[in-house]
Design a protein around this ligand. Sequence first.
Ligand code: HEC
Ligand code: HEC
Ligand code: HEC
Ligand code: HEC
Ligand code: HEC
Ligand code: HEC
Ligand code: HEC
Ligand code: HEC
Ligand code: HEC
Ligand code: HEC
Length: 372
Amino acid sequence: MMRAMATISILVAGCADSRTVDGTRRCATAAECESIHPPGIADPASPDFHGILLPSLGWNLASCATCHGADFAGGKSGRSCLTCHDGGPTTCTTCHALPPPTGAHAAHGYACSECHVMPATWDAPGHLFDGHGGVIARALVVFGPIARTGGATPTWDGERCSNNYCHGAATPAWNGGANEAPCGSCHAVPPSDAHHVNPRCGECHGRVVDDQAHIVNAALHSDGKVNVGDDSGTCLACHPHPGGAHAAHATAAHRIAAPIGCVTCHRVPTSVHDPGHIDHPRAVVFPDGPAIWNATTGQCSNSGCHGAATPSWTGSPVVCGSCHGIPPADASHAPTLRLQDCAACHARSIDASGQLLPPPAGKHLDGVVDAP
Ligand code: HEC
Ligand code: HEC
Ligand code: HEC
Ligand code: HEC
Ligand code: HEC
Ligand code: HEC
Ligand code: HEC
Ligand code: HEC
Ligand code: HEC
Ligand code: HEC
């Protein structure tokens, strides 16, 4: 971008022809000789320091190039800018860091393009210069897609943001510090709706927060998408591997019974928001009885399956003898009966070696006593 050259007040006019420009070399021309800077040009403590003067000169780097070379390597001045500015003075980080340490930059992990138009080069229109050669005095904030999620119409008034998707109804001040966006300022924690009764966020938003509402992956938070479970959109999204004895029941690992479906112990929703599903602080077990689940002790009772036993959901696996005696102590069973003897009367459930027959052929624990 070329513009009418601003008055270069950093140059001292009127020196004599004999004066050297750099202490070793003589001035080639009178014009060059007239172009010597005030002494403070390279002194950051001086008001004449070029870093301070350049903004007031409308960022006229083209004027510098006339003497320091188009590549800023020295040109006819013999003084290179590259000795101090590695990549040359027009690289992005000469004038500001990416991002600058100002305002709430550090707190926002977003791409610059979510709040600014990123210039491809330092002199791209809209960055330092407008399309008419004028100098833009202040950074332009132009919101990207995330702030506009859901049709929001975000605004920046030079001090605060408002109407944006990210902050909801809040209007945080850019220079206000960390207290501008505490947990709860953009949305309640948890939001006050019917599917937010369970306080352990991690059970449904595990990719974003843990159960104590600490953000575990900021990149997925306030990114324009509500993350639910593993985001697969399926029932398994939030409970791919429920804990406790779920696996033992679901896979019938011990071959004591056929696999036991969710419906044996839970009301199974057909959609996430079905009544009775996530509208409780904890999972509902045995909603229709007669079995009883004690969430405090973590034990089942009156289950039919476990007889008089009250197994712990997270305790040791059950074994022969934990639900009924081997043999049961009743009139039908002599106390001396061994496992190998059971098949004589319970052949549909157990074989002559004392092994339960695997379901579905085997009839053990199917709710019906397989008796002679
Ligand atoms: C008319 C020629 C001319 C122009 C235009 C010019 N300079 Fe210089 N500059 C020189 C010369 C010659 C020197 C050598 C030192 C001295 O005698 O001042 C120099 C030295 C410098 C130095 C000190 C370098 C060092 O190694 O210590 C800086 C910094 C500098 N110029 C910045 C600028 C900037 C920024 C611009 C544009 C705004 C600019 N100059 C425009 C001729 C020029
Ligand atoms: C002696 C070392 C030195 C030389 C040579 C030098 N600079 Fe600098 N320049 C600096 C320092 C130091 C800063 C301030 C950096 C900072 O604040 O982080 C600076 C800052 C700048 C800035 C940023 C100004 C701002 O307000 O953000 C520009 C642009 C710049 N120099 C251009 C030039 C040009 C063009 C030349 C060559 C003509 C040049 N510099 C030569 C040391 C130098
Ligand atoms: C969440 C929005 C947001 C993001 C993301 C963001 N900025 Fe900014 N930026 C601002 C605001 C607001 C200002 C202040 C503008 C003003 O003062 O009018 C600003 C100002 C600036 C300024 C002007 C100097 C200053 O410190 O005020 C620069 C340079 C800048 N941003 C660069 C960047 C770069 C580079 C990135 C990406 C690494 C970035 N910004 C990311 C919002 C953002
Ligand atoms: C010569 C100094 C200079 C260079 C080089 C420079 N910038 Fe900037 N940049 C500024 C200043 C100063 C602002 C603040 C806005 C203003 O004053 O016009 C700014 C603002 C920005 C902003 C905030 C949005 C805007 O345009 O106002 C972004 C983003 C940015 N710069 C990115 C870059 C990138 C990327 C590069 C390299 C391609 C770059 N800058 C090179 C001086 C510079
Ligand atoms: C029992 C499951 C569950 C738990 C636990 C849960 N959420 Fe949600 N959350 C959801 C569902 C489902 C949505 C809606 C997703 C959709 O709109 O499709 C949602 C959406 C949200 C939204 C987006 C705005 C809204 O109201 O829809 C926020 C914010 C949110 N949850 C925060 C939290 C926080 C904070 C916690 C912990 C204090 C939490 N959630 C715990 C299931 C849960
Ligand atoms: C700057 C505003 C803001 C703040 C502060 C904020 N949130 Fe959010 N949060 C959102 C937005 C916007 C969403 C909507 C979903 C999205 O875009 O990721 C969201 C969604 C969520 C979700 C749903 C999962 C997801 O990300 O999709 C949880 C859980 C959540 N926030 C927890 C928290 C917790 C815990 C805190 C405090 C540590 C917090 N939020 C602070 C803006 C915020
Ligand atoms: C044998 C009974 C039983 C079966 C079968 C069963 N569950 Fe559970 N489920 C429980 C018990 C007991 C809890 C523990 C509740 C608590 O901690 O308060 C539970 C808890 C849960 C929880 C809450 C999170 C957790 O791990 O504690 C989810 C989700 C769940 N079950 C889903 C399922 C799904 C899906 C199925 C089918 C694949 C299933 N359950 C099969 C008994 C069962
Ligand atoms: C948003 C995450 C999420 C999704 C998606 C989800 N569940 Fe759940 N589900 C939970 C949580 C969390 C619990 C246990 C705690 C509670 O009620 O908040 C639960 C509990 C259950 C239970 C135990 C009984 C109960 O309702 O308390 C079953 C069964 C169950 N879910 C099945 C399903 C099925 C089937 C689907 C698909 C239609 C599904 N879930 C989708 C989070 C989810
Ligand atoms: C001589 C025949 C006979 C033999 C051998 C036999 N049972 Fe039984 N069993 C019965 C009869 C009859 C019933 C049904 C009447 C009842 O409930 O007492 C029964 C019922 C059962 C029941 C269900 C009722 C309860 O009391 O819990 C279990 C469990 C059982 N038997 C286990 C065994 C085991 C284990 C063995 C081998 C160690 C075995 N039985 C050997 C005749 C036999
Ligand atoms: C989880 C509790 C439980 C465990 C563990 C258990 N049983 Fe049973 N068993 C039952 C119940 C309940 C019955 C009653 C009839 C039914 O539902 O099949 C039964 C019945 C039986 C019967 C009578 C035939 C029948 O199927 O009705 C035999 C024999 C038997 N069990 C043997 C065993 C052996 C051998 C083991 C160890 C490998 C074992 N049981 C482990 C609960 C259990």
